[in-house]
Design a protein around this ligand. Structure first.
Ligand code: EPS
Length: 388
């Protein structure tokens, strides 16, 4: 891994930290663009009360000087404004301990029970705080940084919602840039007003019933050179790395690349993207992109297309059956303030996650300690590909 990051922070603690290691020097860092992504993540129809409290923005605490990366670790800090309401409940000090506040009825689907068993916690809050999707704010900041590295090389990552609660957007033959642009002004981050209307009605119904909804998001990265990742070893494959990173997003349950599961249902002649040579442009071309931009674990030079499925959120206002971990009595799961649906936010998160994986693979291939060195390496490689 050329690029690494860690995040820290509990949902109702003082804030989130991200530390990024391996980021090269001389890259213009657009903090405003990173903050715009944080604002995009906070939006979407179906979010709960928390997003009215927060005003996510990064404070750069290391690694950037006068608008450019230094090559040293970059640290971001995002404040939790809600912390003021939780200072005692989330205090690090022993004197503030109050066992009467313990959450003891785990929510099916959440990390609550498995985490309590694993870490021997009698208060499920000790698990749920870190399992919360609040952490994705830090990931979006890291993804924003990755986008700063990719932008000078013409690599762009876009994301939108493909479906929610079983109702799919019909994006027809719209180009990725068109969908992405229209999704920016949509409360559901999609470009199909008819589907949007039906989904909003469905979300309202679910809210009334105390239920939640999941969905599918689509992410497209354009401008990738061929050859990111490698066929040579399992942990170097680009598609495998994307699947790992996307599956690690809270509530993710499935990842497809290109046609994904649909490839399993078709004969090879209706799946594989035939190869042609464009004499004028002097390059290999494809007329389809069913592979979704990867072949043999390497980028093919076609747009990267990935879809991620998110389960419905596991905090239901009409709670599901559970068991009190102290008394072992049957009980309804605990209720935490939550969202009815967070799939529009997940589209922004997936975009950030894909940007990070692509930036990592890009650095691995063209690695250098500065933007100038990376550009030289890339140009040399592109010349080699052109002369092939
Ligand atoms: C979440 C529960 C809710 C969401 C939260 C994820 O938080 P709270 O309990 O504070 O209302 O709003 O998402 C965020 C805080 C966020 O920034 O996206 C959960 O249990 O995962």
């Amino acid at each position: 891994m050329a690029l690494r990051y860690l995040t820290t922070g509990e949902s109702h603690g003082p804030g989130l930290t991200a530390v990024v290691e391996g980021f090269p020097a001389g890259v213009p860092i657009d903090v405003e663009a990173i903050n715009r992504d944080l604002v995009r993540r906070m939006g979407g129809y179906g979010r709960g009360g928390r997003m009215k409290i927060e005003r996510d923005e990064v404070e750069v605490r290391s690694g950037v000087r006068w608008g450019e990366s230094l090559g040293s670790p970059i640290t971001f800090w995002i404040e939790n404004r809600d912390w003021t309401n939780w200072q005692k409940k989330m205090s690090p000090h022993a004197v503030d301990r109050d066992p009467s506040l313990a959450v003891t009825r785990p929510r099916p689907g959440h990390a609550d029970l498995a985490g309590a068993l694993k870490y021997n916690h009698r208060d499920v809050r000790n698990v749920l705080e870190r399992a919360s999707a609040r952490e994705t704010a830090a990931r979006v900041a890291v993804g924003g940084l990755a986008k700063c590295l990719l932008a000078p090389f013409g690599i762009r990552v876009h994301g939108w919602v493909a479906e929610i609660g079983g109702i799919a957007a019909n994006h027809g033959a719209l180009a990725a840039t068109e969908i992405a642009e229209r999704a920016e002004t949509s409360p559901l981050r999609m470009a199909d007003p008819e589907a949007e209307r039906r989904i909003i009605a469905r979300i309202d119904e679910c809210k009334k019933a105390g239920d939640t909804l999941g969905g599918v998001v689509e992410t497209v990265a354009t401008g990738l050179p061929p050859g990111l990742g490698s066929h040579a070893q399992w942990d170097r494959k680009l598609d495998g790395r994307l699947a790992h990173a996307l599956m690690s997003v809270q509530a993710a349950k499935g990842v497809e690349v290109g046609l994904g599961f649909e490839t399993a249902r078709r004969p090879g002649s209706m799946v594989h993207d035939e190869i042609y040579f464009d004499e004028t442009a002097s390059r290999f071309v494809r007329r389809t992109n069913n592979a979704g931009g990867t072949e043999g674990g390497m980028s093919s030079g076609e747009p990267l297309v990935v879809r991620t499925a998110f389960k419905p959120l596991s905090t239901l206002m009409s709670p599901l059956h559970s068991v009190d971990i102290d008394t072992k009595d049957e009980a309804k799961a605990a209720i935490e303030r939550s969202d009815v649906v967070a799939v529009p936010a997940a589209a922004v998160i997936a975009e950030a996650v894909v940007a990070f994986v692509v930036a990592d693979a890009f650095l691995e291939k063209f690695g250098g300690d500065s933007l100038v060195e990376i550009r030289r390496n890339l140009d040399g490689y592109l010349e080699q590909v052109e002369r092939f």
